[in-house]
Design a protein around this ligand. Structure first.
Ligand code: GLU
Length: 589
């Protein structure tokens, strides 16, 4: 039963308190107290099952490394470090120590929910005009990606260090062992990695990356090639022995700076001082009620938490459980709620250390109930307009620079004490900037900034480049709780700004439609970012095209490359799902 008066306010932070006060004030119906606080479960692809602990990640070697750490008595954070380092080796195109990430953590003993921000920062020498051509027009996205200009100061190791200080059990050094072993002994180049090398257009511009990923005649190394990464093993040994200091100062830092500044194509401005001064930040997680559950995600600089909570907050004004998840009615409502969320995201959300973001207002249930009234069940609104929220936050819409989404990784972990990690990390585009230093790739995260500093009237964009600022992200690592504060679901995904759609739809699949986590992550995607409605190619979602067009949607049928890795916790045990669109696995005991 949902006990509102014994609700653990402290755990869910001040934002939820605001939400609950607003909820009481605006007359939104209270959460259904009679409903079960555990998601129901239906048929579909079978999930992985476990009793005490589980890891779901984008590569089986990484998932196994995490499980081995859990078996050795490690905490969820310990396992996360091992998983992340192995992913750096075996899924190098997606994430690693040359990039950044966001972690939402639940500590079973204290009940604390914490949000760790390891997002890259713009170097001190960055400027709001750095992505403009000489004639003042913005660079084409893929002209800006390769080289040093796009490289943000990496944050992942500082994030993991901070989380390990607070929640680690095993020594830091030990957590690098699995990755060092795989980097030294080699691993088989997977079909997915092979395809991504084949699809890439800038590896061949950089000799180090070319030497590692391409054959001597410039072709992608074939599937099954044994890839050995000795330089990365050596870098990991340094970081294992001396901690992240060995990355942020000294010879590794000097090599990063040389690579960024010394490259001929798009040299950047990063200095050793930029690396030394990088700090991961703890932020208040964003928590909000969704029906009888509490959904917690990351606050800015990612837009992921706000937008996910907005989509859910709008949809809770409709009885989704009465609709079929694969129906046109459900797809229409999800698309329209997403339009509204993206309209706000595009004008209000950027790094809140630099610009005012009206976060509490954006996820206020009264506001979202009003936004829900803008939805016509029979007719698409076309383009949604941002809500009128706050004078200070009136920021013009910055056109998005990019249309991609093939990189990034997400993993979810629960340890035997019940601690939960939901971590999304990224080097942005596939293979990041293409610059490879000591075995790892440097990110191109700065291209997540707006390329233009201001609109035609000179009004500055919220997400313009500023020194020290973190580019707006869409990463949405999420943990869902029942009314008593127990975690029931950890989930997140890669996919560029479509991450928001993938994550919110998976949450609906589990909570409203009772899908097990494997069925939930496998289900066909319907995504809207305040433009065309994307239906996932080759799935039953394609059949919705006519019905949605009849409601006025412009429809695109396309591949939708999510990489959802979810863990669900219920009275019956732990179940996990790994996205069939990637190569991952959920493993546990
Ligand atoms: N750089 C993106 C972000 O932070 C993620 C990129 C992707 O998932 O492809 O939102």
């Amino acid at each position: 039963m949902f006990k509102i008066f014994s609700f653990p306010f402290k755990r869910f932070g001040p934002v939820l308190a605001v939400v609950l006060v607003a909820l009481a004030a605006c007359g939104t119906p209270p959460p259904d107290r009679t409903a079960s606080t555990q998601p129901r479960e239906s048929s579909g692809p079978a999930p992985a099952r476990a009793k005490t602990q589980m890891v779901s990640a984008a590569n089986p070697l990484a998932a196994q490394a995490g499980l081995d750490i859990l078996r050795a008595g490690g905490s969820a954070v310990d396992a996360a470090i091992a998983v992340q380092m192995v992913l750096n080796v075996v899924e190098p195109q997606s994430s690693g120590i040359g990039g950044g990430g966001f972690l939402v953590h639940y500590a079973a003993k204290s009940g604390a929910i914490e949000a760790y921000d390891g997002r890259e920062t713009a170097p001190d020498g960055a400027s709001e005009t750095m992505f403009l051509n000489a004639d003042g027009t913005p660079m084409a996205f893929f002209d800006a990606v390769p080289g040093g200009l796009s490289v943000g100061v990496p944050g992942l190791l500082r994030l993991l260090e901070l989380a390990h200080k607070e929640h680690g059990k095993l020594p830091w050094r030990k957590l690098f062992d699995p990755a060092i072993k795989i980097a030294e002994q080699g691993f088989e180049l997977s079909p997915r990695l092979h395809q991504m090398i084949a699809d890439d257009s800038h590896i061949n511009k950089f000799p180090t990356a070319s030497g590692y990923f391409l054959t001597e005649d410039g072709a992608p190394k074939p599937v099954g090639t044994k890839l050995v990464n000795k330089p990365l093993a050596e870098t990991f040994k340094l970081i294992a022995d001396f901690g992240p200091e060995a990355f942020y100062r000294g010879p590794v830092a000097a090599d990063i700076v040389d690579a960024v500044r010394g490259v001929t194509l798009n040299p950047g401005s990063m200095t050793e001082e930029d690396l030394l001064s990088y700090e991961a930040k703890k932020r208040d997680p964003l928590c909000s009620l969704y029906r009888q559950w509490v959904v917690c995600g990351m606050p800015p600089p990612t837009s992921g938490g706000i937008a996910t909570l907005q989509i859910l907050g709008i949809l809770q004004n409709f009885d989704l459980a009465k609709l079929k998840p694969e129906s046109a009615e459900a797809a229409h409502l999800i698309a329209e709620a997403s339009r509204l969320a993206f309209a706000d995201r595009n004008v209000y959300v950027a790094d809140s250390d630099f610009v005012f973001v009206p976060t509490a207002k954006l996820i206020d249930p009264g506001y979202l109930a009003r936004r829900a009234k803008e939805i016509d069940r029979d007719r698409s609104m076309g383009v949604a307009h941002p809500g009128d929220l706050d004078q200070r936050a009136e920021i013009p819409y910055a056109p998005s620079a990019t249309e991609k989404g093939v990189s990034t990784t997400h993993f979810s972990i629960i340890d035997k004490e019940g601690n939960v990690v939901s971590l999304t990390s990224s080097i942005e585009s596939a293979f990041g900037s293409g610059l490879m230093v000591r075995g790892f790739l440097l990110n191109n995260q700065l291209t997540d900034f707006s390329f233009r500093p201001a609109n035609e009237d000179g009004q500055p964009y919220a997400n313009r480049v500023e020194p020290g600022k973190r580019p707006r992200s869409s990463m949405s690592p999420t943990i869902v709780f029942d009314g008593s504060g127990k975690p029931v679901l950890a989930v997140g995904s890669p996919g560029g700004s479509r991450i928001i759609g993938y994550v919110s739809q998976t949450i609906l699949n589990v909570l409203d439609w009772g899908m097990n986590p494997q069925a939930a992550v496998s289900a066909p995607h319907v995504v809207n970012r305040n433009g065309a409605t994307d239906l996932e190619k080759g799935t039953p979602a394609e059949t919705l095209q006519r019905a949605l067009e009849a409601r006025g949607h412009e429809v695109n049928v396309r591949e939708l490359n999510s990489g959802l890795h979810a863990i669900r916790i219920s009275a019956d045990g732990i179940t996990g799902g790994a996205d069939p669109r990637r190569e991952g696995a959920a493993v546990g005991d």
